[in-house]
Design a protein. Sequence first.
Length: 254
Amino acid sequence: MPRRPHFPPSRTSHRPSAPVHGLARVLSKRGLCSRSQGERLVREGRVRVNGRQVRDPEWPIAGHERIDIDGGAVEAAAPVYVAMNKPRGVVVSAADEHGRDTVYSLLQDAGLPWLGPVGRLDKASEGLLLLSNDTVWAAGITDPATHVPKTYHVQVAGKPDEATVVAMLGGVLDAGESLRATAVSLLRQGERNAWLEVSLDEGRNRHIRRLLAALGFDVLRLVRVAIGDLALGELPKGQWRHLEASEVAALRRR
């Protein structure tokens, strides 16, 4: 029986295909807007792909397509990294349905591209907040798997003792979630309240407030003073600054 001819494998048969992402996600990954803002732009008919109007936010994009917003071609924005000292009472949101001040009001007239918050601080909390249009960098910081520590100074009503510290480190169960701190120390204590330094390596919704409430303590003030090795330092309340390249690199996990 004649042998079948042998053909060498194609040089391209094992070449990895380009990753495909939804259109709204691509707009976000290019640092042009948030994913929700991208979805809104697409649904409003303001985005074209290779000259074709697309209204599906999940329209597949391989990366080589021409994308236009409002008739102009879009390119990936240069990465920007900002540290802000968020004041108490300011909302971490692009817009607020109740008309409250947002962190973006502190960036008005700064000439910056769209920036997304890297994690959250609730309205009543204050201190170090990062913002960036580098979504990969931001995801590396907020991903619980990377365990980037966040450090807070917390004023509580009452007098926490060593048993309180042990309980915070051991963790409590609240609404089906396990809440714990990775480090706790007493900074100072008065007759009616005390200041604690608390570190977390993950951040659940109102994590510290719920943890302390479960132990019988009301939080009076909560100030984030560091993310990883990046400290809030002397940055005035309500002010912001660009991060140094070394600071960006130190927080990079992806």
